[in-house]
Design a protein around this ligand. Structure first.
Ligand SMILES: [Zn+2]
Length: 96
């Protein structure tokens, strides 16, 4: 019989014994836990990557539809508020 953890030949004390020692059994159990955690992390990462890719795809589609015309006409300044939006009192203050 070979230990599933270290590969060492041994006589199992238990008919279903798969490990030569408690240390190997604990080590194998730890490995299984780590593998499960890694698989879980990989699933989360894959889902996250899919979301990021979708966001990039959306941004790319928006950029493709944008020809830069709004940037050229408006210039670097912020767009002006419509004149009707300013209250009369504020306009008088500005004009002085
Ligand atoms: Zn072993």
């Amino acid at each position: 019989m070979r230990c599933e953890e270290c590969g060492k030949g041994f006589e199992p004390k238990h008919p279903r014994g798969r490990f030569c020692s408690g240390r190997c059994r604990a080590g194998a159990w730890q490995k299984r836990r780590e593998e499960a955690a890694r698989a879980r992390a990989e699933r989360i990462l894959t889902a996250l990557l899919a979301q990021i890719e979708a966001a990039i795809e959306e941004a790319r589609a928006r950029l493709a539809g944008w020809d830069g015309a709004s940037m050229r006409t408006a210039g670097p300044q912020t767009p002006q508020m419509p004149r009707t939006a300013s209250p009369p009192a504020a306009q008088r203050l500005v004009r002085k």
